[in-house]
Every structure is written in structure tokens, then in C-alpha cells.
Write a protein that binds this ligand. Sequence first.
Ligand SMILES: *Cc1c(COP(=O)(O)O)cnc(C)c1O
Length: 412
Amino acid sequence: MSSSTKPVHTPLTQFATADGQLLVGGLPLARLAERVGQTPFYAYDRALLAARAQALRATLPPGLKIHYAMKANPMPALVAHMAGLVDGIDVASAGELKVALDAGANPQDISFAGPGKRDAELHQAVAAGILVNVESFREIPVLAAAAQRLGLPARVAVRVNPDFELKASGMKMGGGPKQFGVDAEQVPALLAEIAGAGLSFEGFHLFAGSQNLKAEAIVEAQRKSFELALRLAEHAPAPVRFLNLGGGFGIPYFPGEQALDLAPIADNLAQISAQAAAQLPQAELVIELGRYLVGEAGIYVCRVVDRKVSRGQTYLVTDGGLHHHLAASGNFGQVIRKNYPVAVGNRMDAAAAGEASVVGPLCTPLDVLADRMSLPAAEIGDLVVVFQSGAYGFTASPERFLGHPAAVEVLV
Ligand SMILES: *Cc1c(COP(=O)(O)O)cnc(C)c1O
């Protein structure tokens, strides 16, 4: 029971409570569970999604475009909601492209990145009229063939694997050897091939990494990305019209983590915008964000099906677990397992009554949603909530593992 030395989670304030119930989209959690008709489920709050997008826009320099990287959460209704809040959608497959187009996103403002784009996907991209972030020399003749066959321009940007890394990033996706993008030193040759193949060159895409809570690291990466783009622009066959500086904005998940300070990032982007206006006057500056836009607006909800005490330790066994929420179990890229913020959503006013572990129904010790966490006394039938679950949850989990029922997703 001694938890005085344990770091605690930063209190979460985005969801209100009333009469001991967490409110989602204005609905008390128990009622929402009845409306959904089952547990487990994911619920995403429309108003929180809109508030986050608007706050970001109010802070970042005017004119800077904000794209939603939809692999963070590709639920079709959510993507449609986001399409009305941001300036573009970044897709990572033809499957995601379909969702973005169905959602009503303007093809002009959709971009497609990812290693291993299949020929059919590249043809679909040209037919759709979206921008392809080229990540390999192999994509060029395929795009040229598609453009010729369809009688349409092949709109391309070059995804650059930069010659630096994003410091303090949860997941590095650029710098050193990587499967993403084309190494900066090979880009001049790639640009020559793009020109030779008659593709429509529009700009550059740089993405250094993900889940970063250090503003200085993001500032440094954006500055270096911009400087690299300026150098590479000297080799470009046409003026740069699109410059995607990536994102990597993190959200706090674990005890002791603090929300990202946007102010220095906004200042830096304002300086970059001013410099771009002089040096790349036709360029539209873009940042692309996934989890920062949607992660904090979503919760995962499961129900306590059993309560057991094993040698002094309390286990709340729920109907949900890693098969729906791999990241909360600590198995999606974390090196050391840490607890996501968890609460008993129908006892929000109750004081902590000791430590309990929240586990799922799977026959593996990996199926843990909260490890020895300070929680109110929970009973069978109570609703356990995992916060910060709007990104990399439902579609980033091995749903088929052990054959339990699927979770449902709702946008409230
Ligand atoms: C995954 C991904 C993102 C989104 O990352 P977040 O950490 O969710 O913001 C952005 N751009 C590219 C190229 C990605 O692969």
C-alpha cells in the first residue's frame, strides 16, 4: 500500500464529472455505456476534438497549415469530424485514403506517406489527385506510368530522411539509417529523376519522430528541417509549394509527465514562416499531428467482471484488455511498462481505497491495464476508464487475440 514515493499522474481535467460519473460528450458514463449497449468501448468527445484543434490554431502562427495524420485514429466518423477542423489529412495507405475521401477531405489537401506503397496504391493516389510523399526511387517510374495511363499529373513531394535525429522522441522516425524517406544526401539525385520523369514536384516532407514532450527538441528539429529543406530546394525542378515540417507533439501519458509547452514552438514556427516567406515565397508550411490532436479526447471503457485478492494483492478483472488497447498494456513501443491514467468512471468522487491492478481476460500476464494503482474500492459491474486513449488504441491492438468480443467505437 505504500505509494508515497511513487510519481503520480498529472490530474486530467479535460473530462468533467457530475454526481460521481465521468461525463463524455455531456453524457454520464453509465448512461453512455447503456447507449452503446456493451462494454468494452472507446468513446471520443467531439467537443474536445474541436477545442484542441481551435486552441492549436489560436496558438500557432496564422497561415500555418495543420494536417491530421489519421493513422492515430482512423475511425471514419472521427476523420469526418477532423476533416472539418484541420487543413488536410495525411494518409498512410490506400485504405486510409478511402476513409479520408469518404470523409469529404479535399484531395488537394490529402498527402500519402509510407514505405512500401504498392503500385496499385500509387495509381489510386494519382487517380484521386492527392499528393504522394515519395520515399523511394522505385516509386518514380510507377507514378510516371500512372500519370501517363490516366492522363493526370502525378503530384509529388519528397520525404526526406534527415541527417539529424529528433532528440527525446518516444519513437524516432528519421536520422541515421531508416526505412522511411530518402536519405538527404540522395535527394538531389531523386529530384533529377522526378524532373526527368515529368512528375509534378511540389515540395518536401520531413518527419523526425513521435511522442515528444520537450519543446526545445521539437524547435530544434523544425529549425533543422527547414534549413535542410532550404538546401535541398536548390536542387528542386520547380518552386517549393508545400513544406511539411512534421510534428511529433506528444501528450502526457505517464506519472510525472507534463503537457507540452506550445509557446516556444509557436514562436519558432512564426520565425520559420517569416523566413519561408522570403526564401520560399510560394511554400505553404504544414505540420502534421496525430496523437496531439486526438489522443486526449478519447477514453477506453471496460467493465469489472471479477474482483480477486491474490496473496494480498487486489485484481480487478475486466472484460477489456490488451486485445483492444495494446498501448495501455505497455506493449506498443514502451521500453518500461508504466500506467496510463486510469479511473473508476462511475465513482469519480470516491477516495482511493488502496492499490489494485486492473487486468483483462486474456491468458497472458501481459494483459495489464493498470499495475498496482491507487484506486477507489471497485465492485463487479463498475466501469474502468483508461484516459489518453484517443490515439493508437482500437486499430493498433490485436483484436483477434484469444477470440473475445470486439470493442465498439463511438463519437459523442
Ligand atoms: C505516425 C505519423 C504521424 C503522426 O504521429 P503522432 O505521434 O501521432 O503525432 C505523422 N507523420 C507521419 C509521417 C507518421 O508516420
